[in-house]
Design a protein around this ligand. Structure first.
Ligand code: AHN
Ligand code: ZN
Length: 346
């Protein structure tokens, strides 16, 4: 009996110190080596801080591995269809209301792509909403591979395709347990990565908008009338060890305040090593159309390595884009930051 009383007392103390307990949570998430002040000044007005769940990087990693295990997710293939079914059922299992857009999209080279945008709505009755997105398809050609023999082979797409979705599935798993104040929509775009093959650049010199076909379609035909979330966050290529995310140009053009808000949360959570306070280049990605066509301010969290010739890393659009390039620390930095963002929404 005495024991029980003690446990209740401790529980009460933990709950009643909402502010310091969530600081502890943030401190626990910090990578080793970064110090946290031992004594903090007591604020005059104690603002109840949101309780933010812990992002589980092992779980996110497994979600990436599970997708990769299907094989390449190239639109129109059996592995693509099976992985899509898996994603829909996973999201439903976490309590989301899921709708899909099953569409035939025409690639720049005339290929007809059987595609599926997947839209998972958490707490669909809520008016105030935030949108999180990633592309789930993988590139049909490893056209940046050092070995020319691979230039028309499909790549594993662990980082490019798998990582963003893996982080979002883990966030969905958290949303099932701890509801946010705002409604959250997780949108998985298809056919992002069927853009111009490197060998086709001259042949199709006049072609524009060959990338991000699924998000182009969705931006013209959102899943609901007058869909207007406060903002969107796109996750793309978010798994490589030692990744750096810079403030991408299109994001800064359309949604500078969202960029600053997200980078602030990353800093507060101890992830400035990943979220670098510098401008990155302009990257044509799904968020371009979400901003330009759908009119929703949307940022892109995407690996930006100015040292690398292609701006991403040596794995990008090669056969090496496999699980060896997925790092739990990076998944954690991105996932935990996004959790801070959405659970801070009032
Ligand atoms: C290009 O590589 C041209 N755009 C970046 C968008 C992308 C491709 N994201 C993943 N793969
Ligand atoms: Zn790609």
């Amino acid at each position: 009996m005495l024991h029980k009383a003690y446990i209740l007392l401790i529980a009460f103390l933990l709950i009643s110190c909402g502010s310091s307990s969530s600081n502890d949570t943030a401190a626990a998430a910090k990578p080793a080596g970064e110090s946290t002040p031992l004594v903090e000044s007591v604020p005059q007005v104690v603002e109840p801080r949101a309780i933010v769940p812990q992002f589980n990087a092992d779980s996110a990693y497994n979600f990436v591995a599970r997708q990769v295990a299907f094989g390449p997710r190239v639109p129109g293939t059996v592995t693509h269809r099976k992985c899509g079914d898996y994603l829909v059922s996973k999201l439903r299992s976490y309590g989301a209301e899921v709708v899909t857009q099953d569409i035939d999209l025409k690639a720049y080279n005339g290929d007809l792509l059987k595609s599926r945008n997947i839209i998972a709505r958490f707490q669909p009755e809520k008016m105030e909403r935030v949108m999180l997105c990633a592309h789930w398809d993988t590139r049909p050609w490893a056209d940046s591979d050092p070995n020319k023999a691979n230039h028309y082979k499909p790549l594993p797409g662990a980082n490019d395709g798998g990582s963003g979705v893996g982080v979002l599935l883990e966030i969905a798993r958290q949303l099932a347990d701890v509801p946010t104040t705002v409604g959250v929509d997780i949108i998985l775009f298809d056919a992002e990565d069927y853009g111009l093959h490197e060998n086709d650049v001259e042949k199709y010199a006049s072609v524009t908008n060959s990338w991000a076909l699924g998000s182009q379609y969705w931006s013209r035909h959102p899943h609901e009338f007058a869909y207007g979330p406060k903002y969107g966050i796109l996750l793309d290529i978010v798994g490589a060890p030692g990744s750096q995310f810079r403030q991408e140009g299109i994001s800064m053009h359309y949604a500078p305040n969202v960029v600053r808000m997200v980078w602030k949360h990353a800093k507060d959570a101890g992830y400035s090593r990943f979220f670098v306070d510098e401008e990155g280049g302009y990257i044509t990605d799904d968020h371009l159309y979400v901003n330009k066509t759908a009119g929703i301010p949307c940022i892109d969290i995407i690996n930006c390595d100015p040292e690398s010739p292609n701006g991403f890393g040596p794995y990008h659009h090669t056969m090496k884009d496999d699980m060896d390039w997925i790092d739990k620390e990076t998944l954690k930095a991105v996932g935990q930051t996004v959790l801070y963002v959405i659970y801070s929404e009032k």
